[in-house]
Unconditional design. Sequence first.
Length: 344
Amino acid sequence: MNDSKHSIQHFSKPESAEISIIIQGAVADCTAEVIAKLRLILPQAEIILSTWEGQAVLSCHADQIVLSKDPGNFVQNHKIKGAGHFNNANRQIVSSIAGLKAASRKYALKTRTDIFIEKNEWLNIFGKYDEHTPPSIFNKRLLICNYYSRNPRIFPLPFHWGDWVFFGETCDLIDVFDIPLMDGDDRVWFEINERSNLLFSDNINRYLPEQWILSSFLRKHMNLNFDTFYDASKINVIITERFFTENTVILDIEQWGINFVKYNPNRYKDKSTILHFKDWLVLYKRYVLHKKGISWLMYLGRGILWRVIHYCFRPLFVIVLSKLGIKEKVRLFLNRDKAQVDKN
């Protein structure tokens, strides 16, 4: 680990000339515009487009273009059509690590070919919380996004972080994505193994993409007893919360200035299940500053309340809709702002 972990040091935010931007995934209709926007907010940054062989890259004016063989996706859920049908973990791993290894700057922003980042004020937060207590794994806490960093006390998906954008030291992000691909039995786990939880009952993969990436990385640094995607044991919940506070800062999409044209977050279904920046501050006080207080009690109480809503009232609501024959219509209405994102 870096010697800076043993002393408190003041830190100035990175300049754009110190940053490599890795834009990973399939080239979208908006990718050229995404690159142009990033050049406006980080004018001296190195821009690397990491995509697949055969992609149309002529209009994408990046400083480097890294082409990889597409590892493809695989079915995650046989019944859901759209964004939840396929698991794209391997695509994200391959294109991210290829782009990161091509980077020449100390810091890296890992984003997608279909995400607009409209401002750079999030740079003011990077390093701010390291001045009191340095991270336990990384050199500097990574900046990540609240969508979809799940609150494991509400939605029992531990080790599920938002993977839309990352910012940190390049060496730290290489460590994150230098992991195995999801392969073999893990792809079809629940076709050959029994499940003991009805959460996402039609999912057949052992882990969700975000969980595979984070848990695979963490296994390089610690022992995890994490059997399947719904293994939300008390210790896994605590490890997840500690990791988020000791090694990341969770920023809201508004703080990032994110405009995701292909996947607008569904506020009705998901807002209550994710960790927002204000929640991260509560966890930071609890695990890093070792202060509980009223904010911690309110955080625990809110977790209990939303669990009751999600696991008592929501199933009853689904049963009623099914009996009325309108379950699918309501589901389509609630998911009307989601779009299929198959190649990132």
